[in-house]
Design a protein around this ligand. Structure first.
Ligand code: SF4
Length: 178
């Protein structure tokens, strides 16, 4: 993939940041999986979440099977970050941008494996609840945390805070490619 041409397109998108990294830089942690299991109401409710995505080790192997990773982040301001409805309302825009970046990469010959945000919301009721396979595996993006990835050290290593400021939501996606 021609990185320069991709960067020309990234420059036209409302990204807070983007950066290229070696997947080996990412921190995979069983602690993140524990949080999914014990603190997230979506655990087991979609194929984009654990345990449907597989073990942390298998997720790590998959991510590391790609030699490269593009990290993108967007930010959105809300009047009250504690209001979960307001916060989630900013998510579709990030998903749209993630898909635009994925499409740009595909147009340049890459086949990105995309991790994005939160549980999958493409279907009203996820097929996993009926014991069926995912209906749209080509469009569905597991969330970054579902793979046990602690993204905070990666952001910090670039001098960035996950919490950009009060009442600012930060969304992060990872696009792995060869
Ligand atoms: S696309 Fe549908 S079936 Fe697949 S993970 Fe998302 S909600 Fe579930």
């Amino acid at each position: 993939m021609n990185r320069e041409r991709l960067e020309e397109q990234l420059a036209e998108l409302p990204l807070y940041l983007y950066d290229f990294l070696d997947p080996k830089e990412l921190e995979f942690s069983q602690r993140i999986r524990w949080i999914c299991q014990h603190e997230c109401p979506m655990y087991g409710k979609t194929w984009a979440c654990p345990p449907g995505v597989g073990s942390v080790e298998s997720c790590r192997e998959k991510c590391l099977s790609y030699g490269n990773c593009l990290m993108i982040a967007t930010i959105a301001e809300v009047s009250d970050i504690a209001d979960i409805q307001q916060t989630l309302a900013t998510r579709p825009e990030h998903e749209k941008i993630t898909n635009q970046v994925g499409a740009a990469m595909e147009a340049l010959g890459a086949k990105p494996y995309i991790l994005s945000t939160e549980a999958c919301a493409l279907c009203q009721r996820c097929a996993i609840l009926a014991g069926q396979p995912c209906r749209h595996p080509e469009s569905m993006h597991p969330c970054v945390e579902s793979h046990g990835i602690n993204i905070i050290p990666t952001l910090e290593s670039r001098g960035l805070e996950f919490q950009y400021g009060e009442n600012v939501v930060t969304w992060v996606s990872l696009l792995f490619y060869q």
